[in-house]
Write a protein that binds this ligand. Structure first.
Ligand code: 13P
Ligand code: SF4
Length: 303
């Protein structure tokens, strides 16, 4: 506790010195969410990165999130606490694979989940997050959409749009691990609880949801709901904001395995160190960033 207090004090000094803001995804460790200027899901944090007038953005999340911040704010320094915090789902699609699919479906619009590399975004017409996926798909002019990389979110969106979606086979290890059996056991144990679930889970698990939505949507739903007890089908870091917003409500995570190991690579110590040393910085080659930026900016403009 004493060490954390010292780290927090040092962080406050460094933040001022460097004119930095700290953005933290809801899946980060509590010790990081506590000191963040903004907590959010991938959509909210991308918006914050695009709007900030700070000189330095410290992005506490996984690598693609830092890249998106750098792409949207190319003149800022973007720091990440640990370069090894990647997203396995983002790595499931590469440029070659996407180009092949585009050649097979020349009339399709490419809609890419923000969980993807800068290079893949540069081959993309428009990005989306789980918070705006249906709106983004419905906003494109073509009848056909190439969707990469999350098959589970893709299936969820397909149920809510008339567009024909060509869906890539990627998935999030953490969310995809949750099974119908896990959820049914929890429902039997907590019969009064509502099940809230992220659309990165398998379709048959999502089908059991009393509410389905992005991390922010789940947090908002639980805060505003009259229900007092919830079974939560998303990453366990979300518990920090859920409990803070609703101290009188009870949240049971659907399994103890709903933990993204990549998100947990970051910690308070590494956060302080990166502001101290101004390393590691996110770098995106300008010719990639310029193309990728269009796909992110198109997303931010969808109403
Ligand atoms: P959201 O932040 O859009 O809810 O996405 C979840 C996720 O897995 C981020 O890596
Ligand atoms: Fe990637 Fe899943 Fe971790 Fe999000 S929770 S960073 S999608 S592995």
């Amino acid at each position: 506790a004493e060490q954390n207090r010292q780290l927090r004090d040092r962080l406050m000094e460094l933040k001022k010195e460097r004119n930095a803001i700290i953005l933290a995804h809801y899946y980060q460790r509590d010790e990081i969410q506590e000191v963040a200027d903004f907590r959010g899901d991938s959509f909210l944090l991308a918006q914050k990165a695009a709007q900030t007038d700070a000189d330095v953005i410290v992005f506490c999340g996984v690598h693609f999130m830092g890249e998106s911040a750098k792409i949207l704010a190319p003149n800022k320094t973007v720091l990440i606490p640990d370069e090894r915090a990647g997203c396995p789902m983002a790595d499931m699609v590469n440029v070659d694979g996407l180009r092949k699919l585009k050649a097979q479906h020349p009339n399709a619009t490419v809609v890419t989940y923000i969980n993807s590399s800068a290079e893949v975004k540069a081959e993309t017409d428009i990005c989306c997050t789980s918070a705006n996926a249906v709106k983004v798909v419905n906003s494109v002019e073509s009848d056909e959409v190439i969707w990469v990389p999350d098959k589970n979110l893709g299936h969820y969106v397909q149920q809510q749009t008339d567009k024909k979606m060509i869906i890539w086979e990627g998935y999030c290890n953490t969310h995809d691990m949750l099974t119908v059996k896990d959820v049914e056991e929890m429902k039997a144990k907590y019969p009064n609880a509502q099940f809230v679930v992220h659309p990165e889970c398998r379709p048959e698990v999502v089908a059991l949801g009393d509410f389905v939505g992005s991390t922010t949507a789940i947090i908002k739903y639980c805060r505003e709901s009259d229900h007092k007890e919830f079974i939560v089908g998303t990453e366990d870091g979300t518990g920090y904001q859920l409990r803070m917003d609703s101290p009188d409500k009870t949240f049971h995570f659907a399994t103890k395995y709903l933990v993204c190991p990549n998100m947990k690579v970051n910690n308070l110590k590494k956060l302080v160190k990166c502001l101290e040393t101004m390393q590691p910085q996110v770098y995106v080659p300008p010719h990639v960033a310029d193309k990728a930026r269009l796909s992110l900016e198109r997303m931010l403009q969808v109403k």
